[in-house]
Design a protein around this ligand. Structure first.
Ligand code: GLU
Length: 420
């Protein structure tokens, strides 16, 4: 078996939880595969007037509980297995948060670092021309993910509105405020993760003010995690990496300086007066908390043993493989699973969609309060499910507990709808 195929990984995680909870066989079979998988060739006009073909995907994993919901990634290594896995994880994420959606995901194989703004805009519009008939506020609702931005959401919404002949703001979320995005959406993935960290550190007996933290990634999730961890808890971030490598400093790293280094040189790896480290070394750092906030398959059976931290906070999607999950569990490390930790993004996306449909907009404070309530409830649901199984003399990890909650909810809806 190719242990790093994310879709197989998502199936292994699902099978494990299904066995523990004794999930109905028919429900299990339905939930092991996506409902709809679409791949298209997308022609895009480039700056030299040539036309380049890009491969794009959109997978609707399950829509029993509501329209498909999930981001679009622009990534050079995108492939159908990553998109299928990410769409499955979106299904469990929306179910755990108990918001009225199913799960889906999209992607395009492309390298945004080699593209200018015009080419990016052309690609974004052409994605909607290709996949638009599958999308809509009642059917399937995209959002930003790795290397996609609010600006890209705005182009996509504009193109979709042209296709259907009227403004359709609720067809995509993570839009800029000028196009009726939601207050608080820009850093909501990281903020949701901070609420989980606040609760989990109490359980783990960690004083966040004196904690040392290492972060992998400086994009939509990692960048905001860095500033929020400092702002909310005053913790010290001793190490950070991006796709080109990173830096370590026992005294802690400076946010402004990191931002400037990235702006001027394209990567935080050129940050001065700190020790250079690789992405592999990041996980061996002497820190209390490690936050993977980049891409999948970063903590594997090769490096899980070297982790010294007490908490792994999965802000990325799929950063820990099943083998690594078991190693961390045996070492009594609190490994808070991705679809709990990073659900703040889709939760505020839900708020954005609700606001778009009603044409009535909330303050930042309202958004934060509602987000905190859902995140804290999800966290407690996971911990209580762990306790419930422990009482039955079966110790289960946090990810399996989260799966059990999500699967119970999706299966119950499919049952009442008569799908099995
Ligand atoms: N791409 C984000 C995620 O993986 C957000 C999805 C959304 O807002 O729909 O959760």
């Amino acid at each position: 078996m190719d242990e790093l195929n994310p879709f197989l990984i998502s199936q292994i995680q699902l099978d494990k939880a299904a066995e523990i909870m004794n999930l109905d066989k028919a429900a299990h079979a339905i939930l092991r595969e996506p409902m709809r998988t679409v791949e298209m060739q997308i022609p895009v006009k480039m700056r030299d007037n040539s036309t380049k073909l890009f491969t794009g995907f959109r997978v609707l994993y399950n829509n029993a509980r509501g329209p498909g919901k999930g981001g679009i990634r622009f990534h050079p290594q995108e492939n159908i297995n990553t998109v299928k896995a990410l769409s499955a994880w979106m299904t469990w994420k929306t179910a755990l948060a108990n918001i009225p959606y199913g799960g889906s995901k999209g992607g395009v194989v492309c390298d945004t670092k080699q593209m200018n703004d015009i080419e990016l805009e052309n690609l974004s519009r052409q994605y909607i021309r290709s996949f638009g008939s599958l999308l809509g506020p009642k059917t399937d609702i995209p959002a930003p993910d790795v290397y996609t931005t609010p600006q890209i959401m705005a182009w996509m919404d504009d193109e979709y509105s042209k296709l259907v002949g009227h403004n359709e703001f609720g067809m995509i979320t993570g839009k800029p405020l000028e196009l009726w995005g939601s207050e608080g959406r820009f850093d909501s993935t990281a903020l949701g993760g901070m609420y989980v960290l606040r609760e989990l550190s109490k359980l783990a007996g960690i004083d966040l003010k004196n904690a040392k933290i290492a972060i992998q990634g400086f994009g939509n999730a990692g960048n905001f995690a860095f500033s929020l961890v400092k702002k909310l808890f005053g913790s010290r971030i001793v190490a950070i990496t991006d796709s080109s490598g990173g830096v370590y400093s026992e005294q802690g790293l400076d946010y402004e300086k990191l931002q400037n280094t990235k702006k001027q040189t394209g990567t935080i790896a050129n940050y001065e007066n700190a020790e250079k480290i690789t992405n592999e070394q990041l996980f061996e750092i002497d820190a209390d908390i490690i936050i993977p906030a980049a891409i999948e398959n970063q903590i594997t059976k090769q490096n899980a043993d070297k982790i010294k931290a007490k908490i792994v906070l999965e802000l990325a999607n799929g950063p820990v493989t099943p083998e690594a999950n078991d190693i961390l569990f045996e070492k009594n490390i609190y490994d808070a699973p991705d679809f709990l930790v990073n659900s703040g993004g889709v939760i505020v996306s839900y708020f954005e969609w609700v606001q778009n449909i009603n044409g009535y907009y909330w303050t930042e404070d309202e958004v934060y309060k509602k987000l905190d309530a859902i995140m804290t409830k999800s966290f407690n649901d996971v911990i209580n499910t762990q306790k419930k199984y422990q009482d039955k003399s079966r110790k289960i990890d946090m990810r399996s507990a989260a799966y059990i909650i999500a699967l119970e909810r999706v299966a119950a809806t499919m049952k009442i709808r008569g799908w099995y």
